[in-house]
Write a protein that binds this ligand. Structure first.
Ligand code: SF4
Ligand code: SF4
Length: 205
């Protein structure tokens, strides 16, 4: 089943490559940025979490130890959290680089693009406010046609249907013959001490 999921990921990668290429004049993503891997929820389905763990198992012991420490700290913060939505820095972001990049989940692959979701609502990545993606064409929270023109770009930025809900739609399960499984925050998939959880899990770090 994991094999079929990887086929789906390859299909997605092809799409994302084209989308990012099309948006190139407005994109400032580069290795070592990683702001989108901080202070978020990171929804993951079971199959995404399992695939991510394949990447973790390939890491050296020192890196695994750093991840385990990060996970422990985040779980503790979550246990003490009293608000509604717990947000955290991804435990796999080390020195602002994703250490499981090739195994990252679906939501991670869509970071940085302008998306269109339910009710045709367009969402610009938060990082435009920090002078990053789309910041060169945003004025007063809107795309400025004048700015686009000044860049010498013919087409205005496009929003793509790459919302997490859409990309994890059951239609893709049927089309590629795999099952996403349960959906929950990434941190809840990660198990530090299997004995405490009274189970042997492939999500152990
Ligand atoms: S898995 Fe990697 S890309 Fe995804 S949020 Fe974590 S550090 Fe970022
Ligand atoms: S999406 Fe924004 S925050 Fe994330 S790597 Fe790209 S520029 Fe940086």
């Amino acid at each position: 089943m994991l094999e079929n999921y990887v086929t789906y990921l390859n299909f997605l990668s092809g799409k994302f490559e084209k989308f990012f290429e099309k948006q190139k004049p407005f994109i400032f993503c580069k290795k070592g940025c990683g702001k989108c891997c901080k202070n978020a929820e990171f929804p993951y389905t079971q199959i995404e979490a399992e695939y991510l763990m394949l990447g973790v198992w390939q890491l050296d012991n020192d890196t695994k130890k750093i991840i385990a420490d990060n996970v422990q700290k985040i779980k503790q913060q979550k246990a003490e959290f009293k608000g509604e939505v717990f947000k955290y820095d991804c435990p796999f972001l080390i020195n602002d680089v994703c250490v499981v990049y090739n195994f990252r989940g679906i939501v991670c692959r869509s970071f940085g693009l302008m998306t269109v979701g339910k009710n045709d609502k367009i969402k610009v990545p938060f990082c435009y406010k920090e002078g990053l993606n789309y910041s060169n064409v945003m004025v007063d929270k809107k795309i400025s046609p004048e700015k686009v023109k000044a860049l010498g770009v013919e087409e205005e930025p496009a929003a793509f249907n790459v919302s997490y809900d859409f990309l994890t739609d059951p239609d893709f399960e049927r089309g590629f013959n795999f099952t996403f499984g349960e959906k929950k925050p990434l941190i809840d998939w990660l198990i530090l001490n299997p004995e405490e959880n009274n189970e042997q899990s492939q999500n152990n770090i």
